[in-house]
Design a protein around this ligand. Structure first.
Ligand SMILES: *Cc1c(COP(=O)(O)O)cnc(C)c1O
Length: 394
């Protein structure tokens, strides 16, 4: 291509093509050039849409957010953040001030709990952790200065189901914002805004992106003013995602529903398989008759019981070590939602900070495992678990 301008000049556009690409183009540009100061004025005044600086927003984040907005029936455009925890922080730090009070579920994701127990109090924001399955306990924790109730629909790792209907009614009655972290349940199983959420959070890192190769979050609000406040906080504190991560997540999202359905049907089957194995004394899966919240799960989740299964083997830590060693081809890794099945052991990871006594109260012994079921052949997966459980029992 002939170019008689000095080589330092940057090209201003891609070569033109009458046909268009079928894949969203990746736009890594940090800055966007406007034509004139007048044009820039119009952009900043909101009269003309145009990107300026990628911390403020970029096309790949907007395309990804738009896809998740559709899945969640989000009334205002959602915000993609650099991690799920950035999304949690955008809510808890971006919408509160000293003197406020926040209520959180007592089995939230570990770092969300940490934000509640350490960081908010340091900034003068009081917190209470309450069982989200017990609306009366949440009501009792309310104070005149309570601004937010943050819960997950299905708790980690004991898979208890929150009383979302009761909490939504309580939030409406009192004007407190109900924030639902929909990471485990996903919009496939649970439409959080339709169920009464004021704000919805995702760790895109998990099931939505689904391949353990990208870390991102999402947050959307029902109210435009609240969405604007969170967006300003995200931009100011630099929680904006990278274009390439958004591009990868969009690619993952395209197969999300297929992956979810497959993982979920395997999870249901694996839970029944595990319950029949010698050495397994408890299996937790929300569609099972012996699950304490089975009726609530059936009503809330519309027959979608997700891809997470927890179970407990006899024999304590010795058996637990033998189990993970024998679980051929399965990653013992503290994440969820990957295409491959992963196993986590709360006593040595997510819940290691708790005393053995406290873990026992929550129902997590040394033999307790949480499985994030992936896309393997279900027959093969069941056989791997049979062998590993047998090996663990010596
Ligand atoms: C993983 C997770 C988060 C945090 O997301 P990151 O992307 O890891 O920062 C928040 N909530 C839930 C329920 C999670 O599983």
């Amino acid at each position: 291509m002939k170019n008689d301008k000095p080589s330092i000049m940057r090209p201003v556009s891609l070569p033109s093509s009458a046909s268009h690409p079928v894949v969203t183009p990746l736009s890594p540009s940090v800055v966007y050039a406007s034509e004139t100061p007048d044009m820039l004025d119009q952009q900043y005044d909101g009269d003309l849409h145009g990107y300026t600086y990628s911390r403020e927003g970029h096309p790949n984040a907007d395309v990804l957010a738009g896809r998740i907005d559709l899945m969640e029936n989000a009334p205002c455009g959602g915000i993609v953040t650099s991690s799920g925890m950035a999304a949690v922080s955008a809510v808890l730090l971006g919408l509160t001030q000293a003197g406020d009070h926040v209520i959180g579920g007592n089995q939230l994701y570990g770092r969300s709990l940490r934000l509640m127990s350490d960081d908010l109090p340091r900034l003068g924001i009081a917190t209470s952790m309450v069982d989200p399955g017990d609306v009366e306990a949440v009501r009792a924790a309310l104070r005149p200065e309570t601004k937010i109730i943050l819960v997950e629909v299905v708790s980690n790792p004991t898979l208890r189901v929150a009383d979302i209907t009761g909490l939504a009614a309580l939030a409406r009655e009192t004007g407190v914002l109900l924030v639902l972290d929909n990471t485990f349940t996903t919009p496939r199983a649970f439409k959080a805004f339709d169920a009464g959420a004021d704000i919805v959070i995702h760790s895109i890192t998990k099931l939505l992106a689904g391949h353990s190769d990208v870390m991102l979050g999402y947050v959307a609000a029902k109210d435009q003013d609240i969405a604007d406040r969170m967006r300003a906080f995200v931009v100011t504190t630099g929680m904006t995602p990278s274009p390439f991560d958004c591009w990868l997540a969009e690619r993952g999202l395209l197969s999300f529903e297929l992956r979810f359905d497959r993982a979920q049907s395997t999870a249901a089957r694996l839970s029944d398989h595990l319950a029949g194995l010698k050495g397994v004394h408890r299996v937790i899966y929300p569609s099972r008759e012996d699950h304490p919240d089975q009726a609530r799960a059936a009503a809330l989740l519309n027959g979608q019981f997700c891809n997470m299964v927890s179970f407990e083997i006899n024999g304590g830590r010795t058996a637990a070590n033998a189990f993970t060693r024998a679980a051929q081809g399965l990653n013992f890794a503290p994440t969820l939602g990957d295409v491959g099945t992963t196993i986590s052991h709360p006593a040595s990871s997510s819940h290691r900070a708790l005393s053995a006594q406290k873990r026992a109260e929550l129902g997590m012994s040394e033999g307790f495992f949480r499985i994030s079921v992936g896309l393997e052949d279900p027959d093969v997966l069941c056989a791997v678990f049979s062998d590993a459980v047998a090996a663990s029992q010596g």
